[in-house]
Design a protein around this ligand. Sequence first.
Ligand code: EPZ
Length: 422
Amino acid sequence: MEKKYVIRGKIPLKGKIEVSGAKNAALPAICATLLAPGTYKLKKVPKVRDVFNILKIMEHLGAKYKFKNDYLEINTSNVNLNSVPYELASQMRASILFLGALTGIFKEAQVPLPGGCAIGKRPVDFHIKGLSQFGAEISLEKGNIVVKTKALKGDIIVLDFPSVTATENLMMVGSLAEGETIIKNAAKEPEVVFLGEMLKKMGADIKGLGEDTIYIKGKKKLEPIEIEVIPDRIEAGTFLILAALNEENEIIIKNIKKSHLETPILKLQEIGIILEELDKDVVKVKREGELKPTKIVTAPYPGFPTDLQPIFAVLLTQANGISFITENLFENRFLYIFELNRMGAGIKVEDKTAIINGPIFLSGSPVKATDLRAGAALVLAGLIAENTTTVYNIKLIERGYENLVEKLSALGADIKVVEDES
Ligand code: EPZ
């Protein structure tokens, strides 16, 4: 049965909220446990839909897992399959990460070609081109990417764009390939660096994490390890905006890595939001007077993260003046604007730029989540809108936000999960 959120707006929120482990670090980390059979302990893995989906695929491949009190234990000793079933993979694009992990350990892999999603076509040509440079034969058979090779030999791989999961896949293969793999124009996202650090802890020889070029010297085998997942910078950014949305809010955010949010925090300062550091990885958000408009242009890390643009859009509806958001990574990441406009936002979109003329009085309406981050933006909008907002398609939000209703309710929000009979 589908469920929906029913949110009553304009209630000042007060208290502490804790950021969970990063979903987009946990997903590649779980796949990387295939690279060395054995038992792993991954701490702070968020219990979100995407994680449960990827664990279902791991179980299908022969892995065993158990959530213990504060860590996820995974045993990949008996993994004996190298093909991912369509039914499980089609629910989540991140299943493309099995292409690198399974090729790395078995030199063979069969992973469904991911479909597009609401925010864009999401091609995987960089992944395929990169893998073929290791000497793998790659074919498309009945909707599956099929990889076969006798040996994996490192090469110099130039990414046309610093793709996050393509960099992650190539690092996983390079860690077990013969010779040296050089990845040029590599992604620098903290989640990519985290995977690289995990691989190094497993025994991989990797240099240049977080820089334009990553150098990997392949090893014959790697070892299982324990590691703690980094905080989710996008969830943290969501909570920063939550705190800034209502002048009467007094929210303390815990487990936030400010160094992973430099650009969004600079933007918040431009808008008139100040972070007060209370302790290591603990901040209090202060809003000083009216909110100022700004210009946001999304770019690969360390530029402004595309995942936070829908969230910032909600804050900018409350700014005094005209703001611009230009989305450069995904061709269809403004779908949430149609939903915000049902609440009275009046946002215009011209080509790749959304134009927000604030401040805008948002009124509660029935709206639907079109993707994970759009859904989060609609929840935030509902928390400041007049009357009641109903958010449909909340499964999309549960993909990436752990215990969102509990966390918001603890701050005094009036948000309920209701069966959706429609
Ligand atoms: C990762 O997706 C994240 N997902 C996304 O979060 C995030 O929005 C995105 O990076 C950008 O930061 C995970 O880490 C699981 P890309 P990814 O490859 O790796 C083009 C979420 O749900 N491209 O960096 O798929 C692509 O079309 C998601 O948490 C190709 O053209 O993103 C896009 O325009 C939303 N060919 C750009 O690169 C390829 O082979 C960036 O994509 C690969 C990508």
